[in-house]
Write a protein that binds this ligand. Structure first.
Ligand code: UDP
Ligand code: MN
Length: 297
């Protein structure tokens, strides 16, 4: 399996010895009870990571939706992604929009490409956000299985501020939501109505994961989007919409299919929150927006 091969290390690289009796961080959880790493600053050495992944010539896809007024966010997203997002890797951006003429031209680095995929606009913002699962699934099956090894699906109303590199690569990757990482599970905004496919009982749940980032090997992201899309369809037939739309379904999915790697809130921050001591770097964060204005038709 080419995409997860990590056996090609060249012994010419010199780096500090990992210490068996020293944990890289004592203030945060760095591994889950199912032994998935949680990626925080200090837990990885980029030079080792790159020496393992660079020789594999991996193709990384990134889906971004910019529908209606959200096309205004594309420029900042792409310009900052070119500075921080998997720099040095082969990256294909897939921009889904109803206004292809509004996609700005942004200078892309070597081995980086952009495809525009024209889609129709749905009336409600909830529907726009939720339909991403269906559209990503269809695009995976039409072309992405052939075009990429890994796929990362990101919100567009975001900017990169620091390194967001190959340490994020893994089979199935979730990001811990910046708003809930200190809360007990009873306070997670999971869907609590048993009638919904996204239902999570009060005494279950590991983390609250953010809907703004899904990642992993293309086959694993395909399985995730297929299951979430089907669950959303069943809810629709039953006239129920989960509390946080696709984010609720995603959280149900990750409860049943544990992610193999978790990104700490460094990797998905919220600009309305103050920077806290455990956050050494804000790597990718929301752009403050006027919800009423940007979501109106
Ligand atoms: N989106 C869009 N047009 C809309 C609403 C949403 O393109 O009118 C897409 C966009 O990619 C956005 C994502 O859906 O980043 C999620 O919506 P939003 O960012 O508004 O949700 P929030 O992150 O604020 O919960
Ligand atoms: Mn967003």
């Amino acid at each position: 399996e080419v995409a997860v091969r990590i056996d090609s290390y060249s012994t010419s690289l010199r780096y500090p010895q990992p210490k068996s009796l020293m944990s890289p961080r004592s203030d945060v959880m760095t591994v889950t009870p199912w032994l998935a790493p949680v990626v925080w600053d200090g837990t990885f050495d980029s030079s080792i990571i790159d020496s393992l992944y660079q020789p594999q010539n991996l193709r990384i896809g990134t889906t971004v939706f910019a529908i209606g007024k959200y096309t205004r966010f594309i420029k900042g997203f792409l310009e900052t992604a070119e500075k921080h997002f998997l720099v040095g890797y082969k990256v294909n951006y897939y921009i889904f929009t109803d206004k292809p003429e509004d996609v700005p031209s942004v200078a892309l680095g070597p081995q980086r490409n952009l495809s525009v995929i024209t889609v129709s606009k749905f009336f409600r913002w909830q529907e726009i956000s939720m339909r991403r699962m269906e559209r990503i699934l269809n695009t995976i099956e039409e072309r992405l299985l052939k075009e990429v090894d890994y796929l990362y699906c990101l919100d567009v109303d975001m900017l990169f501020h620091n390194h967001w590199g190959a340490e994020v690569l893994s089979t199935l990757v979730a990001a811990i939501h910046p708003g809930y990482y200190k809360n007990p599970r009873e306070e997670f905004p999971y869907e609590r109505r048993p009638a919904s496919q996204a239902y999570v009982p009060w005494d279950q749940g590991d983390f609250y994961y953010a809907g703004a980032m899904i990642g992993g090997l293309i086959e694993n992201v395909r399985a995730l989007t297929r299951t979430c899309h089907q669950a959303i369809l069943i809810d629709k037939q039953n006239n129920i919409e989960a509390a946080w739309q696709e984010e609720s379904h995603l959280n149900k999915y990750f409860l049943q299919h544990k992610p193999t790697k978790l990104l700490s809130p460094e990797y998905l921050w919220d600009d309305t929150k103050p920077k806290l001591p455990e956050i050494h770097f804000i790597r990718f964060s929301t752009v403050l927006k006027n919800y009423a204005e940007v979501r109106e038709n």
